[in-house]
Write a protein that binds this ligand. Structure first.
Ligand code: ZN
Ligand code: ZN
Length: 62
């Protein structure tokens, strides 16, 4: 059911290489339709968890 709400996008911080912000997966789940974080424009900030994406599914959310 997550796939209905979220889509996988490449982590902007590591560009898919894997980093601590994407849990070393290189990808994060962003709420559809995935769009870049408006605060940083995809560069990464505290609001997007440094992934560069808006409405990223948090590690600690279910
Ligand atoms: Zn990453
Ligand atoms: Zn941001």
């Amino acid at each position: 059911m997550d796939s209905e709400t979220y889509e996988e996008v490449v982590c902007r911080h590591c560009d898919g290489a894997g980093c601590t912000y994407c849990d070393k997966k290189g990808r994060v789940s962003a709420r559809k339709p995935a769009c870049l974080c408006k605060r940083c424009g995809g560069d990464g900030c505290i609001y997007c968890g440094y992934t560069g994406w808006a409405d990223v599914k948090g590690k600690y959310e279910q």
